[in-house]
Each structure stands twice: as structure tokens, then as C-alpha cells.
Design a protein around this ligand. Structure first.
Ligand code: F3S
Length: 413
């Protein structure tokens, strides 16, 4: 791989052991993917920020980097952690995780990260610009950044994201190169998409077919909401290893079908119609009974608009006594929603607005049995996809209204 003089000096240790280690990671990564060089980046979203992922070893690795003088030279934001900062005990998060999480988050903050601890950094001050090279982790945010914003990033893991933050570089391969950003196959959407759950269902359907390939959608309305696009992004990256999609007439690199495919032809053409939608919904509904106990809204983390919709659905109602309702969001969204009175409405009804974590990145395999949860009910296709396998809870999956009805009635209808 061709390195500049400055990069060679970093690799030789002239900028300290932390930067040397970071360059070794990036060069090894770049060489394994055939990258010709490194590209400058000034924007990192750090995936390895939950101790559920990092555990003690990963936390010590980050602390050691800090002790070796590691300092971030780029903008850095962090993904959700394993802990709600104020309610962790009440919602069942183990104290050992709270202690370890403080160490990890402090180490990142000490190096210069904005510890926003959310999977929607694009709503909390880290808004990618078109064509910007970045090193982002968190699969749903990667798809959103590449597709909706037109920024350029691969799916970075914790170590490579950390290395980019320390050096301001990332290997130039994959989605950094225009020729790898064209669509591979076409999905004709032939059923109305009326809310973010429908977009999630489409993402689940397409991700299963896609593997790592980039789907191109036609038939998506030209004015989807931000929340619908984030639901689509998240589901694509859950059932598949998708990093990017094109929606013709919607996303910036797909003004036309021809441009979405770079002048080439789709390798295959599929239809997403009523039958496909119903099959996908059925596949995400794994719980055969009407039993409901744990309800989750906010995967990806809820925007202020979503928190508002939950508050409106609960206005004047009470969450059933046997139900725990989590609405997961970022601290910044929480602050705005609090100011608007939405948090109070949800809490008065008996729901909990959880910050900086979610069932996937908190230790749900400990939380669920301790709290007696045996199912998860959600409007998120990503969470419905992961819950059965990752933390052993079969799911009810439906749109927000249906999920809120279950929260009040205490059963799934
Ligand atoms: Fe975000 Fe957790 Fe879902 S990180 S995308 S809320 S699984």
C-alpha cells in the first residue's frame, strides 16, 4: 500500500505508540482488502462503545491506548452503551456493567470523543455530507450515511474505527470507491409503504436476499420521512450485510435507474408486493401466543418525532401493569422531548424512556430472566430480527399503533 511520508512516520512510531499501533491496524486492514492507499477522514462513529461488545479486555485495550498518549484527531461520536446513565438499576442492568461502562466511556471521552452514545449520530450533531470519506461503525448508521447522505464509509469495527480516530485515515477500498457504490439488483416495490414499520419490513425482505450486495428500489414514494429511511437502513443491515441502497428518485446517487446501476444491468429483478410483505411480517412474528411483557420502541434510537408519536398514543392512557415499555433514544433527543412534555406524558402513562442503550447492546440475557420477560414486542424489524437469536426472546412485530395498543391492553392483537 502506498503511504505518504507522514503516514510512514506514523507507522514508524514517530507520533507515539498509540498512533503506531493504529497505523499497523489500518495498513493490515487495507492490505487484506487490496487498498491502494489510505484516505484522509475527519469523521468517525465508534461502534465498540458498549461493554457488552468490548467486555473487560476491550475496555482495557482502549484504556491502554489512552495511557499511551492516544488522542483523537477527528470528530468522533459513540454508539449506544450497555447502560442508561441514570435508570440502569431500575431497569435491571447489572452493576458490573455500569462500573465497566463508566471506564470505557471515560476513556473515549478523555481522548476527545463526543460520547453521545447513540446509533443516530446524524440526528445529534454528526451529520455526514455528500461525498465525505468517513469511518463509521454501527451498521444501520452506515447504511443511512452511504445511502441517504451520499457519504462514503465501510462498516468499521471497534479497532479500525479507533485507529481511524487516532490517525485521521482509513483504507481506500469498498464503499470509498465510486465503482463499488452502484446497485447490483433491483426490487420493484409494488405495495404501499405507509409507516416506518413497512419500510423496516421491506428492508428485512431485501437484506435477506442481498447478502453484501447493494439493492436498488423503485416504487418508493419520493417523500419518505427520515424515520422511514432509518428503519429501512437498519433492517437491510440486520437481515443482510448491506452497506448501501439506492431508492430511485429519493437517494442522492440514484436520480435515475441508469445512474443507480452505473449504466449496467441489474443481476436480478424482484418484486415486493402484498404477498412478500405478509410473508416477511410473518417471519418476524415468532411468538405464537398473545403474551406480551417487554415492549421496545426506538430501534434505531427514537427521534423526537417518534417519541412524540408514542406520547400521543399514550395520552390519557395507562400502560398495562404487567407490561414494561422501553422507548430507547439518545440523550439529546431525550432533552428535546423532555422540553416538549413528551417524556412526562410517557412516564405518567407508565412507560420508560431509556437513554444511551437498547436491548441489543445491554445485557438482555441477564435483564430478561431477572425481570421475567419472555417475549419482545416491537415496531422495529431490526430488533424483531435479532431478539430471538441474540437474547432468546420470541417477538411480536407490528406498527406503532398496534404496539401501543398492546402496551395498554397487555395482550397482542
Ligand atoms: Fe440502535 Fe440498538 Fe437498534 S444500537 S439500531 S437501537 S439494535
Amino acid at each position: 500500500m502506498l503511504l505518504t511520508e507522514e503516514e510512514t512516520q506514523m507507522l514508524n512510531g514517530n507520533k507515539g505508540p498509540a498512533v503506531k499501533k493504529a497505523m499497523e491496524i489500518l495498513v493490515a486492514l487495507g492490505e487484506s482488502f487490496g487498498a491502494a492507499r489510505l484516505v484522509p477522514v475527519n469523521n468517525v462513529h465508534m461502534a465498540g462503545s458498549s461493554v457488552l461488545v468490548a467486555e473487560e479486555a476491550g475496555t482495557r485495550f482502549v484504556e491502554d491506548i489512552r495511557k499511551q498518549g492516544g488522542t483523537f484527531v477527528t470528530r468522533v461520536t459513540t454508539n449506544p452503551t450497555a447502560v442508561d446513565p441514570t435508570q440502569w438499576k431500575d431497569i435491571g442492568i447489572p452493576e458490573s456493567d455500569a462500573v465497566l461502562q463508566t471506564r470505557l466511556t471515560d476513556a473515549y471521552a478523555d481522548m476527545g470523543a463526543n460520547t453521545c452514545n447513540t446509533c443516530i449520530p446524524y440526528l445529534t450533531g454528526n451529520s455526514p455530507r455528500f461525498g465525505e470519506h468517513m469511518a463509521w461503525g454501527e451498521s444501520s448508521a452506515v447504511v443511512y450515511a452511504n445511502s441517504v447522505c451520499g457519504a462514503r464509509t465501510n462498516r468499521e469495527g471497534g479497532p479500525s474505527g479507533l485507529a481511524s480516530a487516532l490517525t485521521g485515515r482509513t483504507p481506500e477500498y469498498g464503499f470509498h470507491l465510486k465503482e463499488n457504490r452502484y446497485g447490483k439488483f433491483l426490487i420493484k416495490v409494488e405495495v404501499p409503504l405507509s409507516d416506518m414499520t413497512d419500510y423496516g419490513t421491506l428492508g428485512y425482505f431485501a437484506g435477506k436476499i442481498a447478502g453484501q450486495d447493494t439493492p436498488v428500489f423503485t416504487g418508493i414514494p419520493t417523500t419518505p420521512t427520515l424515520e422511514e429511511l432509518k428503519a429501512l437502513s437498519a433492517a437491510l443491515a440486520a437481515s443482510g450485510a448491506v452497506s448501501m441502497f439506492h431508492a430511485v428518485g429519493v437517494t442522492p446517487e440514484a436520480p435515475t435507474l441508469e445512474e443507480a446501476f452505473g449504466g449496467g444491468e441489474p443481476e436480478k429483478v424482484l418484486v415486493f408486493g402484498q404477498a412478500e410483505k405478509e410473508q416477511a411480517e410473518a417471519a418476524l412474528n415468532k411468538e405464537p401466543t398473545d403474551h406480551v411483557d417487554w415492549i421496545l420502541v426506538g430501534c434505531p434510537n427514537a427521534s423526537v418525532q417518534e417519541i412524540r408519536e408514542v406520547a400521543e398514543a399514550l395520552e390519557g392512557k395507562t400502560v398495562h401493569k404487567d407490561i414494561t415499555l422501553w422507548v430507547t433514544t439518545a440523550g439529546a433527543m431525550y432533552a428535546m422531548a423532555e422540553r416538549m412534555g413528551y417524556i412526562k406524558t410517557i412516564e405518567d402513562a407508565g412507560g420508560v424512556v431509556v437513554r444511551e442503550t437498547c436491548p441489543f447492546l445491554a445485557r438482555s440475557r441477564v435483564i430478561a430472566p431477572a425481570k421475567g420477560y419472555r417475549t419482545l414486542t416491537t415496531n422495529s424489524a431490526k430488533m424483531a430480527f435479532y431478539a430471538p437469536g441474540q437474547f432468546g426472546l420470541p417477538t411480536h412485530y407490528g406498527n406503532l399503533q398496534r404496539v401501543m395498543n398492546a402496551a395498554v391492553a397487555g395482550v397482542w392483537r
